[in-house]
Each structure stands twice: as C-alpha cells, then as structure tokens.
Write a protein that binds this ligand. Sequence first.
Ligand SMILES: [Ca+2]
Ligand SMILES: [Ca+2]
Length: 220
Amino acid sequence: MMKRIGIVGIQARWSVFIGALVLALVPGILWAQGRPDIVWMAGGHEGFVHSVAFSPDGGLVASGSEDGTIKLWRVSDGALVRTLTGHTDWVYSVAFSPDGALLASGSGDRTIRLWRVSDGALLQTYTGETGTGVRSIQFSPNGQLFGYGRQDATVVVARNPFARAPGDVDGNGCVDDADLLMLLFAFGQTGRGLPEDVNGDGIVDDADLLESLFNFGSGC
Ligand SMILES: [Ca+2]
Ligand SMILES: [Ca+2]
C-alpha cells in the first residue's frame, strides 16, 4: 500500500513538473508563432499596401499602395528614401530588375511604369496591352523580359527595353573584349543580379561565356 502511494506521489510530482515546464514554455512558443521578429515598421502610405519587393543588393525595399504611390525605404533603418508618384489608381505590384537599376510597377490605372531606381525618374509608361489593369509584375532572372498579370485574366511577357544586350557586361551597348574580360574575372561567382551572369541563372560559368561569344560584336 505504502509502495503504491509512493509511486502515485512520484507520478504526481512529475505531472506537476511537466505541467510547470509546459506553462513556462507555451507563452514563448505562442509569442514566437504570433508575430515576426520586427526590425522596423513604417507608416506613410495613405491606403492599403499591396506589394513589397527587396532590391537585389538588399539595400532598398519598395512598396506599392492603394494611394497610387510607390515608396522606396532603406532596409537598414526604415528611412524613406523616395516617393514615386504618377500612377492615378492603386499600385498593385512592384518589382526590381535583377541588376537593381529598374523598378517596374503595375497599377489599376491600366499602366505599367518603369522607373530608374537611382533617382526615381519615370523612364517609360505603357498604356497598351494592359487590359483593365495590372495586378502583378516580375522581371525574368536575366532582366531581358518582364511578365505581368492583368485583371482580365491574361498573362503577358514583354521585352525589357532597358535590358543590356546579352553579354554586354559593362553596359556600354557593345559586346566586346572588355565584357569577356570582366566575365572571366568573375568566373565562378554566384549570386543574383551579377552583370557577368549573362543568362541570369545565379552563377558565372561556361554558359555565360558562350552566350557572350555568340553575341560578340553586337551593338559595337
Ligand atoms: Ca560592353
Ligand atoms: Ca550564368
């Protein structure tokens, strides 16, 4: 009888210990599941923010809002770098080009706009082939194309008019020895948005060299 009480007592103590442990851990677990680990939060838009995108170098985050503006924020501290204005309806989607030079935006105002990131200049506005509005937009990995989704259930892929010619690593408009040299110096490097990564697959290798050689002399 005494032995049974002893076992029951040990079991009870273990139950209390495990219960206390669970009570101690659960709030932490729930907290971790309940909210992300915030670096910063920033207000400034005057409507729903429909889209955010990081620049390839990680320095900027762009946001597109129902207020018709796009804002560029410094990732390190959340400082507002620039507000891009021009859209006359909701901005549904924003995307950086792989080299970080361009930002594309799609809007309910039936336009697509291409902006220069360095100074916020509006480089191009498309009003054709935008249907009843543009909901989503993204560049191809090598930056030669951009794709977008329209409100009328249509997907479109178009050429980026500001893309470098394949193989024009230094962006001077001509594929020549200088580009090949840059490519060879960067051979083996990995990462997104490298100008030497001609085919945009994330690595500078034989395939990029071949594509450059294939386009050698173009634009010169
Ligand atoms: Ca070149
Ligand atoms: Ca490549």
